[in-house]
Ligand binder design. Structure first.
Ligand SMILES: NC(=O)c1ccc[n+]([C@@H]2O[C@H](COP(=O)([O-])OP(=O)(O)OC[C@H]3O[C@@H](n4cnc5c(N)ncnc54)[C@H](OP(=O)(O)O)[C@@H]3O)[C@@H](O)[C@H]2O)c1
Length: 344
């Protein structure tokens, strides 16, 4: 059996580069030679706490870009996937019982066919790796808010939505996908990120550090003559201000919030608002259908025609697999409008 290089989590706290056996793809999988990985908060959380890590040694990581080197029997070229195709992909180890074959931080990774999108020639592997998880999370919020992902309103004519934490990785795709669907976006970010968030499609952006941020947003929505009953609470700590805004802007409508971080234990539960953890279905068939819709029906054409671009700005870290621990430390310390990426 051949082998390849991986960053292994053997115990809590640090990764170690080592060799591991290279798997063959199952019928509905592809094997990808990884050229770049991007980092997500869950990666340093899992490294530090073993949260949702049922198997050790584990291979962490979820975002990859690379080249397909082997395809399973059911992977049809009608998906645009074949040996040699440049792709970006969500490495879905935590939907595969923690299988280390399906973690991103290694030179060869197994990926289910539903979570792979071809990468257009104009997008580098480093930029491609920035897309999968954050864009998936942004798309997943729309059905939770009662809006089909296939919705296409004329630009800016759709319902108003509040995106709290728009300069985060997920937040930038929340803004971009809202624009794709034709929704009207009110967003929050630090002032140095406002121009960028507007360039992605937000109608108005507010500084969440301001003591009166909630009042500012509510006043702007009212001045625009719209009601707003939908929100994506993207970052930890955003639920209460989001509820406070919607309380003032929802009119007679029941409000809905998609919440991307784990729900706080002491979560407020107002009767006029439904708050839902933003996660794909626990039902495997439903989840895979959702993944297929996101990667093959939405991301593939949107990346090709430029209606969705890799975001936010890439911050390329060095060292390949050996550089992962230092890069994860940087992510844990906090980033602003940046996505940390490593080339392998
Ligand atoms: N449910 C899921 O499946 C799923 C998937 C992926 C991620 N997540 C979760 O989603 C969250 C975002 O992940 P990410 O990778 O997008 O994060 P990230 O890029 O690391 O977020 C950093 C950004 O958060 C913004 N921010 C921090 N505190 C804020 C606040 N109080 N109000 C508004 N913005 C604030 C900062 O904006 P400024 O620089 O403008 O200050 C910063 O740019 C995390 O909690 C992550 O665990 C969930």
């Amino acid at each position: 059996m051949s082998s390849h290089t991986a960053a292994l989590l053997k115990h809590k706290g640090a990764l170690a580069v080592a060799s591991r056996p290279t798997p063959a793809p199952g019928p509905d999988e592809v094997l990808v030679a990884v050229r770049a990985v991007a980092l997500n908060p869950i990666d340093h959380i899992q490294r530090g706490t073993l949260f949702f890590v049922p198997v050790l040694p584990a291979v962490l990581g979820c975002d990859v870009a690379g080249v397909i080197v082997a395809c399973g029997a059911n992977v049809s070229s009608s998906l645009g996937l074949a040996v040699g195709t440049r792709v970006c992909a969500f490495a879905s180890s935590y939907y595969q019982e923690g299988s280390p074959d399906h973690g991103a931080f290694q030179s060869l990774v197994l990926v289910q066919k539903e979570t792979v999108a071809p990468l257009p020639a104009g997008i580098s592997f480093e930029h491609g790796a920035m897309v999968p998880v954050a864009a998936l999370t942004a798309f997943t919020a729309w059905p939770i808010l009662g809006i089909s992902i296939a919705t296409r309103h004329a630009p800016g004519t759709g319902p108003a939505v509040l995106i709290w934490g728009a300069a985060s990785s997920v937040g930038t795709y929340a803004v971009q996908t809202a624009k794709l669907l034709g929704l009207t976006v009110y967003a929050t970010a630090s002032p140095h990120n406002h121009a960028y968030i507007k360039s992605l499609g937000a109608r108005a952006v507010f500084d969440y550090h301001a003591a009166d941020a909630v009042a500012q947003i509510a006043a702007a929505v009212k001045a625009d003559g719209v009601s707003m009953s939908l929100a994506h609470a993207v970052v930890p700590g955003s639920l209460q201000p989001v509820l406070d805004v919607l309380h003032q802007t929802r009119g007679a409508q029941h409000a809905r919030v998609a919440h991307s971080p784990p729900l706080p234990e002491d979560m407020p539960t107002p009767a006029d608002t439904t708050v839902t953890f933003n996660l794909p279905s626990f039902d495997k068939a439903e989840r895979n259908a959702h993944f297929h819709e996101v990667f093959h029906e939405q991301l593939k054409p949107a990346l090709e025609n430029g209606s969705l671009v890799p975001s936010p700005a890439a911050q390329i870290e060095g060292g390949g697999l050996s550089g992962l621990d230092a890069a994860l430390d940087k992510l844990q310390a906090g980033v602003s409008g940046k996505k940390l990426v490593l080339a392998l």
